[in-house]
Ligand binder design. Structure first.
Ligand code: NJP
Length: 240
């Protein structure tokens, strides 16, 4: 039987590319995101399953976990849902945006992992993947709100890795640099010019580049744990 892989935030960017890569790699894939139409279309394309999911809402998370249980139980969880809103210095921080970034990137990651862990443990070859960020270990002027959230996700990864030692569950964090997705549009509220600015002078990663890292890590033999993958475009130095 194919292993069931859950991908959160599968409606665009890295999540959608990862769902496609895992389906091609022989996984049965269960997609979650708030934009239901998009994940329905993708599920049809790859022969997977889709259900509405808001990782920042505990009821939605519980409902999603009950659904994957009905599908036979998850073996792999790719915690990809996340993002940034706004880019402002601390002196101008907007509380609602910082709360949103924390809720999605940290709380959402932890709640999803907690909800699916019983299924992942039971599968005998479980794997929790976290899509963190290069901003999870480096910060930058104007990026404190996002970096704080991704540092938080990195901390969740570190603790989880230690908490699961002695069990047959792998934990991997993928920390990308610039990837051309809808991320920039969300961050800059649809302002396409600003969204493109961070890519100047570099060729950003494609969502498929990051998806390939995930596919590789989860298809290695079960005794191999890739702890952390730092992947960024050639020429990209500091995070911006
Ligand atoms: O961005 P985008 P990426 N509940 O905006 C979903 C990290 N990253 O693919 O709910 C459930 O195309 C949203 O779905 P929807 C980044 O922090 C990126 O680049 O339908 N899902 C959408 O599918 C993030 O963790 C870059 O709106 C929720 C997805 O998240 C991951 O990569 C660099 C949700 C975002 O897709 C994927 O982002 C880096 C919720 N509450 C790290 N809220 C980069 N692109 O440069 C959002 O270092 N989503």
């Amino acid at each position: 039987d194919a292993r069931l892989a859950v991908v959160t935030g599968a409606s665009s960017g890295i999540g959608a590319a990862t769902a496609r890569a895992l389906a091609k790699g022989g996984f049965e894939v269960a997609l979650g995101a708030r934009r239901k139409k998009r994940i329905d279309a993708l599920a049809e394309e790859i022969g997977g399953h889709a259900r509405e999911l808001d990782v920042a809402d505990s009821n939605s998370v519980e409902d999603f976990a009950a659904w994957t249980e009905e599908l036979g139980g998850a073996s792999v969880l790719v915690n990809n849902a996340g993002g940034a809103k706004g880019l402002e210095p601390v002196a101008e921080m907007r509380e609602d945006r910082w709360r949103w970034m924390y809720e999605v990137n940290v709380l959402g990651l932890a709640m999803m992992t907690k909800a699916l862990l019983p299924q992942i443990r039971r599968s005998g070859n479980g794997h929790v993947v976290i899509i963190g960020s290069a901003a999870g270990t480096e910060t930058y002027a104007g990026g404190a709100g996002y970096a704080a959230a991704k540092f938080g996700a990195h901390a969740v990864f570190g603790s989880l890795r230690l908490e699961l030692l002695g069990e047959d569950v792998r934990v991997t964090e993928v920390m990308p640099g610039a990837v051309r997705t809808e991320f920039g549009l969300v961050r800059f509220e649809g302002d396409e010019e600003k969204a493109e600015a961070p890519y100047k002078g570099i060729t950003p990663l494609t969502p498929e580049d990051v998806a390939e890292c995930v596919r590789w890590a989860v298809t290695l033999p079960p005794h191999v744990n890739v702890d952390r993958l730092d992947v960024r475009p050639v020429r990209q130095g500091a995070v911006t």
